[in-house]
Design a binder for this molecule. Structure first.
Ligand code: IMP
Length: 187
C-alpha cells in the first residue's frame, strides 16, 4: 500500500492520479455537451479547488470564462469551524450568466450551501455545482451536486488540492486517513 505519514497520522493512496484524470475527462465531456451553445463562467473556490479547476476547464471544449472566490471555514486542521468567511469576492458580473461553481469537496455541505445562496442573489441565468469529491453521508444539502467526480466515505482526505494544515495540496493522488494519532484504524 502506498502510504504517507504526517505528524502521527497515516494516509494511504485512495484515488490515483490516473483515475482522477480519467474522471475529469468524463466530467469535461458532460459539461461540454450541456453548455455547447453557451459561455458559462466557471468559478473556482480557492484554495482547494485550484488543481481540479485547472484540469477541468481544459477538458471543457466550449468557450468559458473564469473567476475565483476565496472562502474559508476550516480553522483547525481537520474540523470545520462552521462559520464561513469570504476573503476574495468575484470580479465578474454574474447576472443573467450561466454559472458553474467548482469545489474540491462537499463534506458537511455548509460551504456549497453558502455559495449557492450568495450567488443566487445576483440572479444568474443558471447555477450548477461541480465537485471533485462528495461525502454523501455527511452532506446536508437539499439540491444535487450536478457534476460529481467521486462519492467517498467520510474519512479526511488530502492531495490534489486538498490540504492538511495548508500543506500536501501538491500531491498528485488523493490520500485518505487510515490511522489516527494513536495508530487506531479510522472507521
Ligand atoms: P464543507 O464541510 O462541505 O463546508 O467543506 C468545506 C471545505 O472544507 C472544502 O471545500 C474543503 O476545502 C475543506 N474540507 C472538507 N473536507 C475535507 C477533507 O476531507 N480534506 C481536506 N479538506 C476538506
Amino acid at each position: 500500500m502506498n502510504t504517507i505519514k504526517i505528524d502521527k497520522y497515516t494516509f494511504a493512496e485512495f484515488i490515483s492520479a490516473d483515475k482522477i484524470a480519467q474522471r475529469i475527462s468524463e466530467l469535461g465531456e458532460q459539461i461540454t455537451t450541456d453548455y455547447k451553445d453557451k459561455t458559462p463562467i466557471v468559478i473556482g473556490v480557492l484554495n482547494g479547488s485550484v488543481i481540479f479547476f485547472s484540469d477541468l476547464i481544459r477538458e471543457i471544449k466550449c468557450d468559458v470564462e473564469i473567476d475565483f472566490l476565496r472562502i474559508s471555514s476550516y480553522e483547525k486542521a481537520m474540523e470545520s469551524s462552521g462559520v464561513i468567511k469570504v476573503h476574495k469576492d468575484l470580479n465578474s458580473e454574474i447576472e443573467g450568466r450561466h454559472i458553474i461553481i467548482v469545489e474540491d469537496i462537499v463534506d458537511s455541505g455548509l460551504s456549497v450551501r453558502f455559495l449557492k445562496a450568495k450567488l443566487e442573489k445576483s440572479n444568474p441565468a443558471s447555477l450548477k455545482v461541480a465537485s471533485l469529491l462528495l461525502k454523501p453521508t455527511e452532506a446536508q444539502i437539499d439540491f444535487p451536486i450536478d457534476y460529481t467526480g467521486f462519492e467517498i466515505p467520510p474519512a479526511f482526505v488530502i492531495g490534489y488540492g486538498l490540504d492538511y494544515n495548508q500543506k500536501f495540496r501538491n500531491l498528485k493522488s488523493i490520500y485518505s486517513l487510515v490511522l489516527d494519532e494513536n495508530g487506531k484504524e479510522e472507521s
